[in-house]
Design a protein around this ligand. Structure first.
Ligand code: SF4
Length: 217
């Protein structure tokens, strides 16, 4: 896909949804960080259900530490990998207090040094909480980047780097949301819904689907 075509692809998503937002519920950089850490291999809906009862009790690192690992576990038991996530939430809360005065640092290296926080989580926090032009590549963006030709790459990092080069600078801030939402709801894993895709004119996928599939039995 040429750079001009890539720009048209992303612009078409932008025009259809001028003010995109994350679907995770949060009230501060800290609650965003916890929600994103909980969302690995879990749906945003399941994370929002868990944090609906967790955050009213613990929306700061200090309150989370007071709640403790078991207390956190009681709220997140329906999320995959909940035991290790409860452990990480407590450990990262402790480190935020010890190293950063209880604040979430706006710094990639400091974020990635927190337990359970990898590049993708750091990118979401840098982008959503601090307004940085960071591109978190999840399973949806990885698939979409490769399928459409927008940002081919064998690893999430390769797709991230390609997107950072190809997305027009003025759209970089929100591109992460447009691409995730597009992958989640339209350019789906099992079968892309090309018949209702606003970017189809600019997409290089050769097996576009132009009719709705029959419902699964
Ligand atoms: S045309 Fe189809 S394959 Fe291409 S981006 Fe749209 S939904 Fe995905």
């Amino acid at each position: 896909m040429s750079a001009a075509q890539a720009a048209l692809f992303v612009r078409s998503l932008a025009q259809a949804n001028p003010a995109p937002e994350t679907e995770l519920h949060y009230t501060s950089p800290y609650t965003l960080l916890v929600a994103v850490a909980l969302s690995a291999q879990a749906t945003d809906v399941s994370v929002n259900k868990a944090t609906a009862t967790l955050f009213p009790l613990a929306d700061t690192p200090e309150k989370m530490l007071a709640l403790g690992e078991e207390g956190v576990g009681e709220h997140i038991r329906r999320i995959g990998l909940w035991k290790s996530k409860a452990k990480n939430v407590i450990a990262l809360s402790r480190l935020l207090i010890e190293r950063h005065g209880g604040q979430v640092p706006a710094d990639r290296a400091a974020l990635e040094a927190l337990p359970g926080v990898g590049r993708k989580t750091a990118n979401v926090v840098l982008n959503v909480a601090f307004g940085e032009e960071a591109m978190a590549v999840d399973t949806h963006i990885f698939r979409l980047g490769n399928r459409t030709g927008l940002a081919p790459g064998k690893t999430p990092r390769a797709v991230e780097d390609a997107l950072m080069r190809r997305v027009p600078p003025e759209l970089l801030r929100d591109a992460h949301h447009w691409l995730i939402l597009h992958g989640r709801y339209v350019c789906k894993a099992r079968a892309p819904e090309c018949w209702r895709c606003v970017a189809r004119e600019h997409c290089n996928y050769t097996d576009k689907v132009f009719s709705r599939l029959p419902p699964s039995p």
